[in-house]
Design a protein around this ligand. Structure first.
Ligand code: NDP
Ligand code: OXD
Length: 308
């Protein structure tokens, strides 16, 4: 029995140390150095190539190094074994911080002050009242729910949208088509925390933007493919959207020639809103491996039919 680690972006070393300490009987291999593929019972992965899991005939479960499992589920050759995802594991606080920063950026009119600075223009703009900056959070799960809570505590009016009804103190929780329409009418700043599924892919398109108040702003920390990028550029250029802060993109790394890099209304970061840190996430992975070995249900079991 062994575990294989695959990631082109995460350092295997702290994971190896943490797992060796807690589970000394489970050999830890870093792909491609896997001596006996037939002995592999678990994989701990971030974006392995399609078909990669087929080489492990004895696989019992796939443990994702991230919260979103869209890339895994897109693999048509993914074995029919349980998949677990990170449930917070240190991501929620980072994502909530990023969101609060983004909301304050737009609420305090920083994009306009940035443009004024570049033009050497000293001009005082009318401040927004906190009540005016209604934030609409798409996705009220582990990460979106935490960000919505923090924004409410910071004094912003917050409404949020989920697939099934949710209750979060200080947040007006909406669901279904009517709920989405209400959020679009009210929100000045929309923050996307949805998982990427067939139901949410391309949701943030021209139709979506046209239903927001003119000058509304978008923060996307979920997945690039939620956004129809040409529609977003058109909405920014027409003034329908006042600005966008983007952490995720349809193609990552973002190609050097992409118009987002130099667009005056776009602030972007390289998929860092929440970074998986072994020091915080390993305990959850270890607990899940113990549960799986004991035949118990792991935490963060992915619902393949729902796609998240
Ligand atoms: P969860 O599964 O905990 O929450 C997902 C939320 O989205 C739930 O509230 C769910 O509704 C809602 N939802 C799903 N489908 C729909 C739909 N069709 N219509 C309306 N609401 C829907 O996920 P997390 O909060 O843990 O993670 C969210 C996403 O964040 C990840 O999938 C990933 O893509 C992204 N992410 C980005 C990172 C970054 O660094 N940029 C880091 C980590 C994650 P319900 O409550 O009814 O189930
Ligand atoms: C994740 C991510 O899903 O980093 O965890 O995007």
């Amino acid at each position: 029995m062994s575990l294989v680690f695959y990631s082109l972006t995460d350092d295997a070393h702290p994971w190896r140390e943490a797992l060796a300490r807690a589970l000394p009987a489970l050999p830890f291999h870093v792909w491609p150095d896997v001596p006996a593929p037939e002995d592999v019972r678990y994989t701990l992965v971030w974006k392995p190539p399609a078909g990669w899991h087929r080489q492990f005939p004895g696989l019992r479960a796939i443990l994702s190094l991230g919260a979103g499992v869209d890339a895994l589920l897109e693999d048509p050759d993914l074995p029919a074994v349980p998949i677990t995802r990170l449930v917070d594991g240190g991501l929620a606080r980072q994502m909530a911080e990023y969101t609060l920063h983004a909301v304050l950026h737009f609420h305090r009119r920083m994009p306009e002050y940035g443009r004024q600075q570049r033009a050497r223009q000293w001009r005082i703009l009318d401040p927004n009242a906190a009540d005016d900056s209604v934030v609409g959070v798409l996705g009220l799960g582990v990460l979106g729910g935490e960000a919505a809570r923090l924004l409410a505590v910071a004094g912003f009016p917050v409404c949020g949208w989920s697939r099934t009804p949710r209750r979060i103190a200080g947040v007006d929780c909406l669901w279904g088509d009517d709920g989405l329409a209400a959020l679009q009418r009210r929100a000045r700043i929309v923050v996307n925390f949805l998982p990427l599924t067939p139901a949410t892919r391309g949701l943030l398109d021209a139709h979506f933007f046209s239903r927001l108040q003119p000058g509304a702003c978008l923060v996307n920390v979920a997945r690039g493919a939620h956004v129809v990028e040409t529609d977003l550029l058109a909405a920014l250029d027409s003034g329908q959207l006042g600005g966008a802060m983007l952490d995720v993109f349809a193609q990552e790394p973002l190609p050097v020639g992409h118009p987002f890099w130099s667009h005056p209304k776009v602030v972007l970061t390289p998929h860092v809103a929440g970074i998986t840190l072994a020091a915080e996430a390993a305990a959850q992975v270890i607990q899940n491996l113990r549960r799986l070995e004991a035949g118990e249900a792991p935490q963060g079991l992915v619902d393949r039919a729902a796609g998240y």
